[in-house]
Design a protein around this ligand. Sequence first.
Ligand code: SAM
Length: 260
Amino acid sequence: MLDGTASATAQGVAAQRLTFRRIPADHGRPDDDQRLLADVAAGVELPDHPLARYLQARTLFFDQVVVDAIAAGTTQLVAVGAGYDGRSLRYARSGVRWFELDHPATQADKRARLDRLGVPLDGLTFAPADFTTDDVESCLAATGHDPARPTLFTSEGVSGYVPLDALRELLAALHRTAAPGSSFAIEVPLEPEGEAELERRARIEGQVAAIGEPLVSAVPRGELRPFLASAGWTVRSAVDPLGVDVDESPRSTAFVIATA
Ligand SMILES: C[S@@+](CC[C@H](N)C(=O)[O-])C[C@H]1O[C@@H](n2cnc3c(N)ncnc32)[C@H](O)[C@@H]1O
């Protein structure tokens, strides 16, 4: 679907993120992350973005998960479909290893930008993979991910772009690399219900399809836990962008924390 072109949706998110509030930490290089985001933003024309509030909430959710995990002693993180996410720079810490899995076209563009900007990549390893065709277990193994060490996996804004069967296989492959004690923070689109959510989803679908990256999957609302369980992951919490339990919310986005 991305062919040979870097993801335009990832660039749009990065351009938005440039101005977002972030969770602070007493380690890392937030300036390097901001330089990357500014570089991407310089080439992006941002529409008047109705998604900004949602993207801000999403960014804070994933920031918090990462900061908490590192504070709790996690030393291995895998960003699945990393795009131009610069948390590996922003929250870099000695002794912590980051792996970024992403489509080769997006990743090549990100690496070229980081090289040009002269941003140091200590502790960061790139693992190119197309989630619809490649075996991510081998990709991670080939780049030095340690399956015996607990990992925090994160996947933000990616699930909807991967067909459901391929998504299940991706999650199962990640589970096979996950030592006991690993966890997964993943955004999962749910099938919309009700007029407002159907309209909202149609609007977003129209926007991303127009830039050549159509949304292709959503999990039926009652199937969230069984879907993740079928790939080995146990859901510990699932909230909407406002922090409301998805079982109590009409919104069709779940921010999930699952364990291996
Ligand atoms: C909307 S962007 C989100 C990027 C990043 N997680 C963020 O929040 O900034 C979607 C990401 O999914 C990746 N992606 C989409 N389809 C993919 C596929 N089949 N294989 C690998 N990566 C894919 C794109 O390259 C892009 O980085």
